[in-house]
Design a protein around this ligand. Structure first.
Ligand SMILES: Nc1ncnc2c1ncn2[C@@H]1O[C@H](COP(=O)(O)OP(=O)(O)OP(=O)(O)O)[C@@H](O)[C@H]1O
Length: 337
């Protein structure tokens, strides 16, 4: 388990003092995939770089499996760092070395006996699907393949934690998906805890179990990804979610609506169509669908629909009460006019 306690990172420049990370506390469970989201400058890189002490925290504590990293130095710190792999947006492979040599380098640095290195490198290359590329140079690989090498190198010394710093931000959507699938496979098969930072909500939606949203160095919201998508609280969180699922209704359409405008959220197993059609039959209410989508988050359905409900006030109220009874969430966006 990773415990981040009251972590702060302050940068002192000639002109000013900047709080990159401002009193952040988070617990990340062993074996989970935890996403940290925020716009540029929110403090994500500073936070993730403090986790392996690439940045020295100004104050606060980082415990990994009860070992306080901030108290370690010298050999002990180097050993602890070997248990934390990291991958980067721009891969940072050594261009003069082959793929094999790039990965072997991480093992040599950790003093693995040379007769064991070849077997281990080939094992890693197979895990990331690049066995055929052992003797080529990084320039001969695509971005996705380079990131696979980055992953193999990060896993070389059997880390318990993998940090991903915008690992898919330089990749196209299809390649991003294949890298995310690989990370998920690694997480499941090796039970590695993954902490990733990203500005893309899609990445989080695809593979993370829990997430935190950062703004101005602080964590402003955290929780299960499913819960955050179904019930975001902070305006910034809502903004990030709208980048994946947007429920904006154009003003021109809005001005033509006379009924009550509601947002209905169905979680998981609730039979959405049945609830809506039952409601329309039970009450003298007409429903117009304005927008709708079903997202799958961690293989659990989340249906969000925007509807205009037309009818007498009390009928509309009863219809809403009925939908609520069926375990759906209803938010009245605008009462009928
Ligand atoms: N070495 C540094 N010296 C001074 N200020 C810094 C330094 N590194 C980061 N900062 C500042 O700390 C704040 C947080 O930056 P950080 O890079 O952690 O954010 P981020 O969310 O990762 O953004 P990005 O995705 O653009 O890197 C910003 O205001 C940034 O300017």
């Amino acid at each position: 388990m990773i415990q981040i306690q009251h972590l702060s990172k302050v940068y002192q420049t000639k002109e000013k003092v900047v709080k990159g990370v401002d009193d952040v506390s988070l617990d990340i469970e062993t074996g989970e995939i935890f996403g940290i989201v925020g716009y540029s400058g929110a403090g994500k890189s500073s936070l993730i770089r403090c986790l392996n002490l690439l940045e020295t925290p100004t104050s606060g504590t980082i415990l990994i499996d009860d070992v306080n990293l901030t108290k370690l130095s010298g050999v002990k710190l180097r050993q602890a760092r070997l248990k934390i792999g990291m991958i980067f947006q721009h891969f940072y492979l050594i261009s003069q070395k082959t793929i094999f040599e790039n990965i072997a380098f991480a093992l040599q640095a950790a003093k693995m006996p040379s007769n064991k290195i070849e077997t281990r490198v080939m094992e890693l290359l197979e895990m990331v699907g690049l066995s055929e590329k052992r003797d080529v140079y990084p320039a001969q690989l695509s971005g996705g393949q380079k990131q696979r090498v980055g992953i193999a190198r990060a896993l070389a010394n059997n880390p318990s934690v993998l940090l991903c710093d915008e690992a898919t931000s330089a990749l196209d959507p299809n390649t991003t998906m294949s890298i995310l699938r690989l990370l998920k496979k690694i997480n499941k098969e090796l039970n590695i805890t993954i902490v990733l930072i990203t500005h893309e909500m899609n990445v989080v939606k695809e593979i993370c179990d829990r997430m935190a949203i950062m703004q101005d160095g602080k964590v402003i919201e955290e929780g299960q990804v499913y819960d955050i998508f179904s019930n975001p609280v902070q305006p910034l969180t809502k903004e990030f979610i709208s980048s994946v699922v947007s429920y904006e209704i154009p003003d021109t359409v809005m001005s033509t609506l006379a009924g009550t405008l509601v947002k209905i959220t169905f979680k998981g197993e609730v039979a959405m169509e049945g609830v809506i059609s039952d409601t329309m039959q039970k009450y003298r209410v007409k429903g117009n669908f304005l927008h709708g989508s079903i997202e799958y988050i961690q293989e659990r359905a989340l249906g969000i629909f925007l509807m205009e409900l037309q009818g007498e006030c009390d009928e509309v109220e009863q219809a809403i009460a009925y939908i609520l009874e069926q375990n759906a969430q209803v938010e009245v966006i605008r009462q009928h006019v």
